[in-house]
Design a protein around this ligand. Structure first.
Ligand SMILES: [Mn+2]
Length: 485
């Protein structure tokens, strides 16, 4: 470039124009050529720079895209982790087992406990405990209050999709007791706390139905002060199972009432399937599979086979049956709920709202017995269902014999028969002649309830819910025991 300027200066100072013109034009050409070269160089370098820039921008924006994508993925992972954490938190037991719990202790995994080499004094203590409680409380005392049971449920129960903890209804577990042994009662409480998800268990409402054994007075209150989520209420006179449970229910804050007996042990995963079914259909009363805990050895007998359903005979005693064919055909999986004509009564879950709708319990029933059939008839006849949930297992200590007198069984049963069974009650009277003389009290409000709810009649119940029950062709005076001669 400086050479071109110098040449132009020389043109000005030149006197020989022609020569100069030639010179000028040659200079101009050179300038032009140079300029062209420069232009090409500029264009080329510009193009190069633009290309580099473009590649860089592309790369940068690509980086940016990748970064955005990664960020989204990370956020999603984080979200999933969060969900997982909260899921675990929700599924966590209401109370974990104590850290010093010995997983190999006596009776762990539901193993049988037989105490050998007892001293004469210990043997006596064992005998006495059985006499008092109809249960071997001496053995029960040797087993941890926090014992864990093995989980032999159907694999479909363990491998299923996670429960929707955020949406399942909450529950209050209501446990009524009367003169119960210490360890069986406390083990029931801990088994609920250790095996119920934090998110679902609102509380345990313990109802003392006017027990008179000293260990159930202050010692129990003191003990429970340190156990969160457990409330103790007491009746002021002996009320019986029905009114004690109703008192407990009146204190309950959960969406669902789960009634348990006072000598039970819940299996892991017992609660969720009971509540899930109620979430699907609020008119279903759900019943766990009731496993037997041996009154002497505390061995947990897990049936493992198909659960049984509840029925009754014409003496109105509760009976267990195998699943009938029509029900077997209706179900599509071994873990599907099983419709049951009646329930044993000790253990079930019911929506608080639905329980109120169908008239809770017959509060005219005393002490024990009959209330399970009454609630079963009423549930089915008034628009509800009763179902056993195969994935829910709870163990129950069946005592050696009834631990206290139950004189009201007949009266309570009569109330159920009179309100719900129409003319079919005659089959019961024929088999229970003393029932004719029994005063069953006022049942008007229960009859009104049946009318108000526009319930089906007993024939509908037999035809639709319990078609397998044989209806006898009793004629007055024709019933009697048939003996081979
Ligand atoms: Mn019981």
């Amino acid at each position: 470039m400086p050479k071109t300027i110098a040449a132009l200066l020389r043109i000005r100072s030149s006197c020989f124009y022609e020569v100069k013109i030639v010179e000028v034009s040659s200079y101009m050409m050179r300038i032009y050529r140079r300029f062209r070269l420069t232009r090409i160089a500029v264009s080329a370098s510009s193009a190069f720079i633009i290309t580099i820039l473009f590649i860089n921008i592309r790369k940068k924006s690509g980086d940016k895209l990748i970064a955005v994508k990664e960020k989204a993925e990370l956020a999603q992972d984080e979200q999933e982790q969060k969900t997982d954490t909260s899921y675990l938190k929700l599924a966590m037991p209401a109370l974990p087992r104590p850290e010093d719990h010995d997983p190999n202790g006596l009776g762990e995994n539901g193993a049988s406990v037989r105490l050998l080499h007892l001293s004469p004094q210990e043997k006596q203590e064992q005998e006495d405990s059985i006499k008092t409680y109809a249960v071997n409380q001496f053995v029960s005392e040797k087993i941890s209050l926090h014992r864990k049971l093995r989980d032999p449920r159907h694999e479909l129960c363990r491998q299923r999709a996670p429960f929707d903890y955020g949406n399942l209804p909450t529950t209050s577990v209501v446990i009524a007791f009367y003169n119960e042994g210490w360890t069986t009662l406390i083990r029931t409480i801990f088994s609920v706390l250790h095996n119920s998800p934090n998110a679902l268990l609102k509380e345990i409402v313990l109802v003392d139905d006017f027990s008179d054994r000293p260990h159930l007075k202050e010692p129990l209150e003191d003990y429970l002060k340190d156990v969160e989520r457990v409330r103790l209420v007491r009746t002021t006179k002996r009320e019986g199972l029905v009114r004690a449970r109703l008192l407990g229910a009146s204190h309950a804050k959960g969406d669902v009432l789960t009634f348990l007996d006072c000598h039970c042990e819940c299996m892991q995963g017992w609660l969720e399937p009971l509540l899930e079914r109620i979430m699907e259909d609020e008119s279903v009363i759900t019943v766990p599979v009731i496993d037997t805990i041996d009154w002497d050895t505390f061995e947990y007998y897990y049936g493992g086979h198909e659960p049984q359903i509840g029925g009754f005979d014409w003496r109105l005693t509760f009976q267990w049956h195998t699943i009938p064919d029509h029900e077997r055909k209706r179900r599509t999986s071994p873990v599907d709920p099983i419709r049951s004509p009646t329930m044993a009564g000790g253990l079930f879950a019911v929506s608080k709202r639905f329980f109120a709708h169908i008239g809770t319990y017959d509060a005219g029933m005393e002490i024990w017995g009959g209330e399970n059939l009454e609630l079963s008839f009423r549930t089915w006849m008034c628009g509800g269902k009763l179902e056993t949930i195969p994935c829910s297992h709870v163990g129950h200590v069946f005592p050696k014999q009834s631990p206290y007198p139950r004189p009201k069984f007949l009266t309570n049963t009569l109330r159920a028969a009179e309100v719900w069974m129409d003319d079919y009650k005659q089959h019961f009277y024929i088999r229970n002649p003393p029932a004719l003389k029994e005063n069953y009290g006022d049942i008007n409000s229960r009859k009104q309830l049946r009318q108000r709810l526009e319930c089906h009649d007993f024939k509908w119940y037999l035809d639709n819910v319990y078609p397998d029950l044989h209806v006898p062709e009793d004629k007055p005076g024709s019933y009697g025991a048939v003996r081979p001669l």
